[in-house]
Write a protein that binds this ligand. Structure first.
Ligand code: MRU
Length: 346
């Protein structure tokens, strides 16, 4: 299992995803604010992983809080929760995890617990969130593998793998589920400009696992489908609205349209923590705009002229009508997604 994020005593350790695939370096977070910085700077990324990191960060902050009374302890907790919530706006898993930690604290306060018990409760809740994420990914793999035939050629975008979760992955969980079921699967990984999560992270994970992988630049996907080299597309998601619209890494929407044009099934794999039934459609999902330097520079070299305006939205929204099925730990959901999601929620 790849080491995305783990405790080392009372320190949180995470592999620095900015340095992969050429260097495997680990960042040690000693405070909750260190974790917030790690999320903001993309040391750790991927919707489920940043939710897990936020939960663990809150547990770490609780362990470090100098408060002796529960009132100050709760004030410290809330301050760190606000800092973590401000790191990245699109992936709902972050807010989901923070809310779960808040509920855990509230339950402890209601039970009359003191600071040591509250610390222990928050640590246990963060560990439960971490472990449940791995379990969800494995269940996504078990359900999703039924969609993957022996010999299938899978196209994926960005990194929805072990590195984007507490382990195993969502889109790559489906791939791993198929491989674990004894099927031969090959993967085509979009490089995923501008941050190159596909080229750097997806390919690194799959090569490490011995799963045959071909990296293509994003603009090659349509030609690959037209040439009949792709049997299905599987991607992850950062937030799925109540109607099934799915926000994911920029470029996913275009890929979905191209897949529809070539009658290639387009699957979205995500844990239930990515489902946001409080958001009616994709139109209400906040899209993160990231630093323009990610676009203007490639490996430190400027590739655009000074004076050109730059845009860098990190995510787009794929309308539900382009999605063949949504794979969650609760099963494979088919359209109409508003009904399927509501039913699976109850
Ligand atoms: O900006 P990132 O790298 O955090 O974006 C990640 C993605 O868009 C993933 O596809 C998504 O979070 C699903 S991860 C299981």
């Amino acid at each position: 299992m790849l080491p995305t994020i783990a405790w080392d005593g009372d320190v949180i350790v995470m592999v620095d995803q900015r340095k992969l695939p050429t260097r495997e370096i680990y960042v040690r977070c000693k405070t909750g604010n260190d974790v917030a910085k790690a999320i903001t700077t993309m040391v750790i990324r991927g919707a489920p992983a940043i939710g897990v990191a936020a939960a663990m960060g809150l547990a770490l902050g609780a362990a470090r809080s100098a408060a002796t009374g529960t009132r100050q302890f709760a004030v410290d907790f809330q301050k760190l929760a606000d800092t973590l919530a401000a790191t990245r706006p699109t992936a709902v898993n972050l807010f989901w995890a923070i809310e779960r930690m808040k509920q855990a604290l509230a339950a402890g306060v209601r039970a009359g617990e003191g600071v040591p018990e509250l610390r222990a409760r928050l640590r246990a809740e963060a560990d439960a969130i971490h472990d449940a994420d791995v379990e969800s990914c494995r269940a996504i793999g078990r359900h999703g593998q039924a969609l993957v035939a022996d010999g299938a050629r899978v196209l994926t975008h960005c990194n929805a793998g072990a590195l984007a979760t507490a382990g195993y992955g969502t889109a790559l969980g489906v791939v791993r589920g198929a491989v674990d079921a004894g099927k031969r699967v090959t993967v085509m990984a979009d490089e995923t400009r501008p941050f190159l999560q596909g080229a750097r992270l997806t390919a690194w994970e799959l090569v490490k696992d011995g799963i045959p992988t071909t990296v293509i630049t994003d603009n090659m996907a349509a030609a690959m489908m037209a040439a009949g080299h792709v049997d299905l597309v599987v991607v992850g998601a950062d937030r799925i609205a109540a109607n099934g619209d799915a926000a994911n890494k920029i470029g996913t929407y275009g890929l979905a349209i191209v897949a529809a044009a070539h009658q290639v099934p387009f699957y979205v794999a995500a844990p239930w923590s990515t489902i946001d039934l409080a958001t009616p459609s994709g139109a209400q999902i906040p899209i993160e705009e990231r630093n323009t330097k990610e676009v203007t520079h490639l490996a430190g070299t400027q590739v655009t002229p000074d004076g050109a305006a730059i845009r860098n939205p990190a995510f787009d929204v794929t309308p539900a009508r382009y999605i063949t099925a949504i794979v969650t730990e609760r099963g494979v959901l088919r359209p109409p997604f508003d009904t399927a999601l509501a039913t699976a929620a109850s």
